[in-house]
Design a protein around this ligand. Structure first.
Ligand code: NBP
Length: 482
């Protein structure tokens, strides 16, 4: 076999197969490999028949078939399998060869892999891939990061196969060093959790407060998708609500227990570690956890009472307010996600391009929406923007929608409808715009019981301790942690 293949893909499950077919469509010569050889054969005899895709039975064969520097993309299950494959590949490669991990890996694993492969003269790229099977086949959002020297070699392939914005721009650009690509993919997934939870809360409100049936809700989501809420998730929600098996709406037959694979949880953990109030995504993860307690909820529903007088259903006129509440909370979700990315860039030393990230998410991925154009515009206008809420456009939108948002949250609270994402977003907004929070009392409490000290308003940055109980002690805690 001559060394003429442009790129190899290892892992022929749904994502690997579809990415290979996409690369082939764009004229790249791809060599495919899978641990279980029968899957390689089935792929070559099936979807890859009559293409220029070739297969390798061993990693040695695969390496020998690649032009240099070799580009090898792993699409295997995230976790230890990635290390196993890397360990098998390393002895076969030469300095300057490129290993790309396109799985949903934790960014800390990608940091570690970039560093250990870099020490061996190999280039590592951890790339977020979003869009599922359909995206992989026809244009995913790609978020590559790692050793930048690899980018000129990958760019033609990645930007060809990626989704394109309406303006024809690829939804793929270099993100940053080390684990930055997988970090941005993690934030994408966290935002996806938030967007989905907000839509589910709107669905719940429509059912419980407005008394809408599936057909009316389908029509509402379809109409929302024509306006400022235009997005993939709103679009599929309309499709789902209208989907029937005979006379039965399938959505009504599905158990109300949400699953999760962990990327939302990782986002929340990282926000806690970096001290960023990522409340909406956090609530979205917890809402899934609460939903999973199905048996407990069913038992509790027979015991625990809500508001006593069930109010009458609201009129359809509330739908517009609900759409505005959804939009306002979505602004908060992205604001918080961008706050976290900014903190991460500082913590991990990445030069993240926030407008380019919005463009990468504009097409191909699950959170794609018209809204991302406005985020890109905000960061193009002001790359150093501290907070999305301070951009003129988003400030004005929040000002226009907040009254509806408050009405919906109050109404949901008074009716006993859970809206954790809508309401925590509103509390964040009110907290963020509050020049004086009650944390003065909190600091006093900490100093009272633990001598943790506090700073004074209008003073310098020095720390003070008060002898609250007259013990005469002036000793303060040495383990202060702000
Ligand atoms: P899976 O995540 O189901 O992984 C299956 C592949 O991993 C098979 O090719 C399997 O080989 C291979 N593999 C395993 Br498992 N352990 C291995 C090992 N020790 N050595 C070599 N190969 C091993 O596939 P997927 O759903 O296509 O996803 C691939 C990656 O893309 C994952 O990280 C996933 O999180 C990510 N992702 C998935 C989606 C999606 O919508 N599915 C979207 C975005 C990203 P075998 O055939 O021999 O068992």
């Amino acid at each position: 076999m001559s060394a003429s293949a442009d790129i190899a893909v290892i892992g022929l499950a749904v994502m690997g197969q579809n990415l290979i077919l996409n690369m082939n469509d764009h004229g790249f010569r791809v060599i495919a490999y899978n641990r279980s050889a029968e899957k390689t054969d089935a792929f070559l005899d099936g979807p890859a028949r009559n293409t220029q895709i070739t297969g390798a039975g061993t990693l040695q064969e695969l390496v020998a078939a690649l032009s240099t520097p070799r580009k090898i993309m792993l699409m295997v299950k995230a976790g230890p399998a990635v290390d196993t494959v890397i360990d098998e590949l390393v002895p076969l490669l030469d300095k300057g060869d490129i290993i790309i991990d396109g799985g949903n890996s934790n960014f800390e694993d990608s940091e570690r892999r970039a560093s250990s492969l870099g020490a061996q003269g190999l280039l590592f790229v951890g790339s977020g891939v979003s869009g599922g099977e359909e995206g992989a086949r026809h244009g995913p959002s790609l978020m590559p990061g790692g050793h930048k020297a690899a980018w000129p070699h990958l760019k033609p392939i990645f930007q060809s196969i990626a989704a394109k914005t309406d303006a024809g721009e690829p939804c793929c650009d270099w993100v940053g060093d080390g684990g930055a690509g997988h970090y941005v993919k993690m934030i994408h997934n966290g935002i996806e959790y938030g967007d989905m939870q907000l839509i589910c809360e709107a669905y719940h409100f429509m059912q419980s407060a407005l008394g809408l049936d599936n057909a009316a809700m389908q029509a509402t989501f379809a109409q929302w998708n024509q306006g400022y809420l235009d997005s993939y998730l709103i679009e599929i929600t309309a499709d789902i609500l209208g989907f029937r098996d005979g006379d039965t709406y399938v959505v009504d037959t599905i158990m109300d227990k949400a699953g999760q694979k962990g990327t939302g949880k990782w986002t929340g953990i990282n926000a806690l570690e970096l001290g960023i109030p990522l409340t909406l995504i956090g609530e979205a993860v917890f809402a899934r956890a609460l939903s999973a307690l199905k048996d407990e909820r069913v038992a509790a529903s027979a015991i625990l009472k809500g508001p006593s007088n069930a109010p009458a259903e609201l009129a359809d006129a509330w739908i517009e307010a609900l759409g505005q509440a959804l939009y306002a909370a979505k602004i908060i979700s992205y604001t918080q996600g961008y706050m976290l990315m900014r903190a991460a860039a500082e913590e991990y030393g990445w030069d993240l391009q926030y407008g380019a990230i919005a463009q990468m998410w504009r097409g191909g991925c699950i959170i794609r929406s018209a809204f991302l154009d406005d985020i890109k515009a905000a960061y193009d206008k002001s790359p150093e923007l501290d907070n999305l809420l301070l951009d003129d456009f988003f400030r004005d939108r929040i000002h226009e929608t907040q009254e509806s948002w408050r009405r919906i949250v109050s109404e949901a609270v008074s009716r006993g409808i859970p809206v954790p994402a809508l309401s925590s977003a509103l509390s964040f907004y009110d907290g963020y715009r509050c020049a004086r929070l009650p944390a003065n009392l909190l600091q006093a409490q900490r100093d009272y019981f633990g001598a943790h000290t506090y700073q004074r308003l209008g003073g310098d940055d020095s720390w003070h301790h008060t002898d609250w109980i007259g013990s005469g002690s002036t000793v303060s805690s040495s383990s202060y942690d702000a």
